[in-house]
Design a binder for this molecule. Structure first.
Ligand SMILES: Cc1cc2nc3c(=O)[nH]c(=O)nc-3n(C[C@H](O)[C@H](O)[C@H](O)COP(=O)(O)O)c2cc1C
Length: 141
């Protein structure tokens, strides 16, 4: 049987204009993401907080590279910084073609006073893992 290794990329970016602040623009981004990611076999989570985005993407490396190229051209955010990327032993976010992480008081606790641009790769990965656990607890399969 083929090992189901996946590529995983974690990045942050700065929201431009209304993107990130306004629920409608986030819902719009999520809609496009879910449609495209379902087609491309990508999964992940998107967190938006304090004018910044934090996103994890997992799936085929080439598909993620193509998405990163589209993301670079998207005027709704800027200053994309990849915090972590590499091969992972399997998917950690397979429940969501693109899940939205609402910043609840629990997520704020997980941030422990840091803001998104303060996070390093480790901190960002930990936060996303905790967020996935909280999302699963809210809506068990
Ligand atoms: C913060 C942020 C996250 C995004 N995440 C994704 C994503 O996971 N998948 C995706 O296809 N597009 C995502 N997009 C949208 C892309 O930048 C791009 O607009 C879209 O993929 C183009 O889709 P289209 O070719 O269907 O027009 C995101 C945009 C922003 C601002």
């Amino acid at each position: 049987m083929r090992m189901s290794k996946v590529w995983r990329t974690v990045y942050i970016s700065k929201a431009v204009g209304k993107a990130g602040q306004n629920l409608l623009s986030i819902v719009e981004i999520l809609g496009e993401s879910q449609r495209n990611n379902a087609r491309d076999g990508l999964t992940g989570l998107l967190l938006s907080h304090g004018g910044w985005f934090l996103q994890v993407l997992e799936g085929d490396r080439g598909r993620i590279a193509m998405l990163m190229a589209r993301l670079e051209r998207d005027p709704r955010h800027s200053d994309i910084r990849v915090l972590a990327e590499g091969e992972a032993p399997g998917r950690a976010f397979s429940d969501w073609s693109m899940g939205q992480v609402l910043v609840t008081p629990q997520i704020e606790d997980d941030l422990a006073g840091q803001s998104i641009p303060d996070l390093d790769g480790r901190g960002a990965t930990d936060l996303l893992d905790k967020a996935a656990g909280r999302l699963r607890a809210m809506a068990p399969a």
